[in-house]
Design a protein around this ligand. Sequence first.
Ligand code: IMP
Ligand code: MG
Length: 182
Amino acid sequence: MNIDVNGTPMRARSLFTEVQIRARVTQLSQEINRTYPPDEVLVVLMVLHGALLFTADLVRGLAMPTVIESVRLKSYQGTQSTGRVDIVGDTLPASLAGCHVLVVEDIIDTGRSMETLLAHLEGAGAKSVRIATLLDKPEAHEVDIKADFIGFSIGRNFVIGYGLDLDGRYRNLPYVAELIKT
Ligand code: IMP
Ligand code: MG
């Protein structure tokens, strides 16, 4: 698939297929099941919109009583991080006190989104806070953030699909593709 990024022609090259993603997400659900007590509530805090598809698949494999909450962060324009992260609407779910919270993210790039969200969560009184991310770009980290559950580690190329967008588009692709200059 060819994509125009601000006048630069790019090619979307498949990085992880639907089958590879399904297999890895199943493994992650099992890892999460082994980490938490089976009878305690887990609040899955989905970071919108990127983690929508990942969360929907991940929670199907969870064995403990699970609550799904969401928060919306925004930091990207086009393929460049703006360096500033906002919690859209400036609200966290009210019901996190005493709960295990699992933040579910699509990708960790600079790490600033997760840093900002973790700082907001500090006062919420959660019993534990962990991070599950589908993708991690370790070479791009600018702050010291380590996810507890990582689907795949990748290089610096911009990726789309399975929830990940380019200015709001391509989230619906069932696979993950990287953008390559043509
Ligand atoms: P960070 O704050 O730099 O770690 O960026 C995290 C957010 O930027 C993610 O939640 C994504 O929404 C977005 N992002 C980072 N890299 C990519 C990418 O390669 N494709 C699509 N979105 C990305
Ligand atoms: Mg995101």
